[in-house]
Design a protein around this ligand. Structure first.
Ligand code: XUL
Ligand code: CO
Length: 441
């Protein structure tokens, strides 16, 4: 046992509770709208930041109390300890899902064959623990960015041998994800991009990435993987220009390469804001394009221009994200995955509980707000009213081709049309949303 400060599963105690190790909003079995909170939110803990990262940064060593990460000459024994810690945590927290990269579950070895053997062995153990605890896999992925071979990209590397290595690694990770019943498989292209055009053939790199994604989709079909394939947009970091910049860029790329019916997106809050968008904007664009898949639930810092991966605490921001998702029909195979890091000074193992309980409460409260916005039609009425003209004779005639430029010119001049500007009522609508946030219970 690694989390001895937490002796029983975290319980729901209601909004007035002052117990720091209890949920105030996440009441898994409570029905909201048509589903339980558990089924709406499908929340997942990530293996890498929570169990594989020691609290190091570019300036300093690990700070966290994580005995399973201590230096060792038996990396497989350490990986088993890490897995024990992870599943003890998932169970006590009551998280229904988790996610992992190949090499945060199984330490990478000298050869791909040995790495694969290690991953197969540990994945079998994970499978047993999943059966025992009922925790499910939201998604698996391959780490195609840490090893020096990937410095110039994985699929977009100028060297096809690196492409081959990445392909082989994804084949293994995809098969393991499939064996563990993963609901999705994610590809995040942290090194798929470039630093300078002086050494880059942008066109070739795009073709390589398109080919890679076709190979992955073909293999998924061949092995009968029925989960969703997801690309995770991010504009930069670690690479200066990343090809999967934002949702709209990814959508255009998928269309250009004939992949838009095969891939959806995994949208991360902090990546959305790094690309200069509101988080809710990215979700709305994905839903509109029919490529909405899943969410990495985190948030950045208002003044830091990098990916701080903080636990979600803004109900104001998350309510608008959940609202877009509910309007779009909710998650299918996706969920809210905590791609989130503790601050480096949060040394204690129990800090992992405080952070996740806070994140889960933020998402649960945001769900209540979003459902209330839908039930009260807080925004649907004003939006419908704003566009009402498009349901009238003129609006319909423009869209269905009855009108052309000449007929519209005739209409404006003959009738001396002088359209009047009307208020967008933004501040009034913001106040309506605030009232729902204050009152949603
Ligand atoms: C990096 C990031 C990754 C992906 C999975 O910014 O978000 O953790 O989610 O590779
Ligand atoms: Co992420």
């Amino acid at each position: 046992m690694f989390f001895t400060d937490v002796t029983a599963p975290i319980a729901y105690e209601g909004p007035d509770s002052t117990n720091p190790l209890a949920f105030r909003w996440y009441d898994a079995d409570r029905v909201v709208g048509s589903k339980t909170m558990r089924d709406h939110l499908r929340m997942a803990v990530c293996y890498w930041h929570s169990f594989h990262w020691p609290g190091s940064d570019v300036f300093g060593a690990g700070t966290f109390d994580r005995p399973w990460l201590a230096p060792t000459d038996d990396p497989m024994a350490a990986a088993r300890q890490k897995m024990d810690a992870a599943f003890e945590f998932f169970g006590k927290l009551g998280a229904p899902f988790y996610s992992f990269h190949d090499y945060d579950m199984a330490p990478e070895a000298d050869s791909l064959a040995e790495s694969q053997a290690r991953l197969d062995e540990l994945a079998d153990e994970a499978g047993k623990k999943m059966e025992e605890t009922g925790v499910q896999l939201l998604w698996g992925t391959a780490n195609l960015f840490s090893h020096p071979r990937y410095a110039a990209g994985a699929a977009t590397n100028p060297d096809p041998e690196v492409f081959a290595h990445a392909a082989a690694q994804v084949r293994n990770a995809l098969e393991v994800t499939h064996r563990l019943g993963g609901a999705n498989y994610v590809l995040w292209g942290g090194r798929e991009g470039y630093e300078t055009l002086l050494n880059t053939d942008l066109r070739r790199e795009g073709q390589q990435l398109g080919r890679f994604l076709h190979l992955v989709a073909e293999h998924a079909d061949r092995i009968g993987f029925t989960g969703t394939l997801l690309l995770e947009p991010k504009p930069q970091e670690p690479t200066k220009h990343q090809y999967d910049h934002d949702v709209a860029t990814v959508h255009a790329f998928l269309q250009r390469h004939g992949l838009d019916d095969r891939y959806k997106v995994n949208i991360e809050g902090n990546h959305a804001t790094l690309s200069g968008h509101d988080f809710a904007h990215e979700v709305a664009v994905a839903i509109d394009a029919g490529i909405f898949g899943s969410i990495d639930a985190n948030q950045g810092d208002d003044r830091l221009g990098w990916d701080t991966d903080q636990f979600p605490r803004s109900v104001e921001m998350m309510s608008l994200v959940v609202y877009e998702i509910l309007k779009g029909g909710g998650f299918d195979t996706g969920g809210f995955m905590f791609d989130t890091k503790l601050r480096r000074q949060s040394l204690d193992r129990t800090d992992l509980f405080h952070a996740h309980i806070g994140g889960m409460d933020t998402m649960a409260r945001s769900l209540l707000v979003a459902q209330a916005l839908i039930d009260d039609e807080t925004l649907t009425g004003p939006v419908a009213e704003r566009y009402a003209g498009w349901d009238g004779e003129l609006g319909r005639g423009i869209l269905d081709g009855t009108h052309d430029l000449a007929s519209l010119h005739g209409l404006v001049t003959d009738q001396d049309l002088r359209p009047q500007a009307v208020s967008g009522r933004q501040e009034e609508l913001e106040r309506r949303v605030s009232r729902v946030i204050e009152q949603a219970r």
